[in-house]
Each structure stands twice: as C-alpha cells, then as structure tokens.
Write a protein of this length. Sequence first.
Length: 364
Amino acid sequence: MAEDKKMKKEKKKKKKKEKKKDGKKRRRTSSSSSDELKKKKMKKKRPTTRPTVTLALPGSIISNAQTRELQTYLAGQIGRTLSIFNIDEVVVFDDGLAKSKSSAAAQSDMGREDRKWNPNVFLARILQYLETPQYLRRSLFPVHKDLKYAGLLNPLDAPHHMRATQRLEYREGVTTNLPVRKGRGSWVDVGLKKPVQIDRKIQQNVRVTVKLDLPEDPKKQPTRGVVVPPREPLTKGGRYWGYRTRLAPSLSAVWSQSPYKGGYDLTVGTSDKGTIVIDDPKFEIPSFSHLLVVFGGLAGIEDCVANDDALDVDPTDTHTLFDMYVNTCPKQGSRTIRSEEAILISMARFQPHINRIIDSVIVV
C-alpha cells in the first residue's frame, strides 16, 4: 500500500512538471507570435513616402517691428529659418490680434493707403517672394507696396535657386507667351539662356517644376523637358525644393484646411507653458507622415485660442488641442522670447528628432 502511494505521488509530480513545461512552451510561442504581430504592425505603420513638416505662425508677429523696413527684414529672417530647416509648408494664420497691436509708426509710414494694410497677407507675400527663384520673380510678382523694401531681404540660396551655369535635371520655371505649334507644349523660362519646351500646353505666367532632358555634352543647353510634381526633386532627387505658403483665416483653419488627405497626424504646440520639456532625456517625437508645428504670436498660443470662436476650448486648456505641447526653451534668461527667436530655437531643438524619422522612412 505504501509503495502504491509513493507511485501515485511520483506520477502527480511528473504530471505537474509536464504541465509547467507545456505552459512555458505556450508562453514562448504566444510571446513569439505576438512579437511577430508587433513587427508586422510596425512595418505597416512605417510610412513609405517622405514625411512633411508644416510650420504655422500668426501674421501679427510682424507688428512687433516698428517700420516697414524692419517688418520686411523680420519676414526675411523667418523665410531663412524655413529654408534652413527644410520646411515643406508654412501657414500664416490670422489670430485676430494684428489690427489692435499694429504699431502707429508703421501705420503712418505709408499714409492713408496703409490703413488697409494686412500683416497676414504682407508676411505671406514676402515669404512667397523669397521662396521664388530670382529669375522668376519679375514674371510672377508685379510691383506692389509690400515689396517696396525687398532689396533688404537676404537670399535663401536654396537648392532650387539655381545659377545659369548649374547643370541639374530639375529646374523651376515659368511659362512664356512664345508661339507654339499645334501638338507641341509651351515654352518655359527656366533661368537658362534660352527657354525650354515642355510636354504640355499651359497658360502664360504659371510656375512649373521641369525635369530637363539633359544632353550628353555638358556644354550644350537642354531644349526639352517634362512637367513633374513640385515635390519630385525632393522625393526622388533628395534635394530640398522650397516651401509652399498658405493663408488661414484662423488658428482652427490651420487644421481644417490642410492640403493633406487625412490632415496632420502629429500636431505640436510650442509655449513656455508647455506640459512637456524638451530637455527631458526621454523626449522623443513619434513617427509621423505630416507634422504640424504651431507657434503663437506676441502673447502666445493661448491668446490665439481665446480669439478663435471655432475653438470651444478654454485658453488654460490649450494643451488639449495638440498631441504634444512643448517648452522648447526652459530656464530662459529673458522674460520674453521674440517670435523669430522662438521659431529658430524650437526648430533647432526639433531637427535631430525630425531627421531621425525622415531618415528611417522606406521610400518606394
């Protein structure tokens, strides 16, 4: 009897051991399968096109300068920052503060006509002018009072601002009024000695991106080209090709009027009241397809929110509008940081994180 009891105990122990082993195996297989699923999900989530970066700012920041010359130079500083950090789109929105905070000196600078002056349109026009290659400006920008002091602007010197001697398959151009034979495309001025004929007929004074049919002899000038999407030199050639400028009637319109299908999948607000500090060692920008970075005006994003009737959010809860609400310059030594300084500081801090995401993208 005693022996039978011992045998039963031993059998029970063996069964327990076998169950434990089976459980471990199941856990291993389930964990490995879950890991595989995670990997598959990660692969699906990874974008296959180059991500875009959009920067939004209110036109009222121009009112921080006292004269039209200084306002022009301030807009030029912002344009340079956009180019330096490879911004794809800039949105100038109306925060409702421009009229009340426009300086008396600037208003009296150009007499009665200046009363109709709109700082949002002014900033957008200067940014568009700066982004346009020099050889196209005369055709695309008629004489305007906003461009009176354009000579003070420092050039962007971006890759698409090409010299006549540069040999590259992509160039920006503008369609001309030269006569065209039946079945032929328009003639385009691409900044070379002679215009280039494209593959389609387009009305006069339209800006186009042209892929040139370069001859084998480098001394010969190309005579034909094909119109391509404006982003092709960036996505296929790896060259930054300027930014688009968009006007928005309010802060909420920055989101609602997005040119991208599905809008911006990652939104970042910048403020000294940010809930996230960029100096945190764990700080990281998650993967994105279309990133939006928003800057406030003279009184911050909170005032922009307070003046936007379409946003049913209390200014104290501004952080709820964004996926990330970041303080990009903690422990600042000055009571205030000017808007043009905030943009430069913030983009310099964000750039390593943005580049990491862009470099990890699989382009197909």
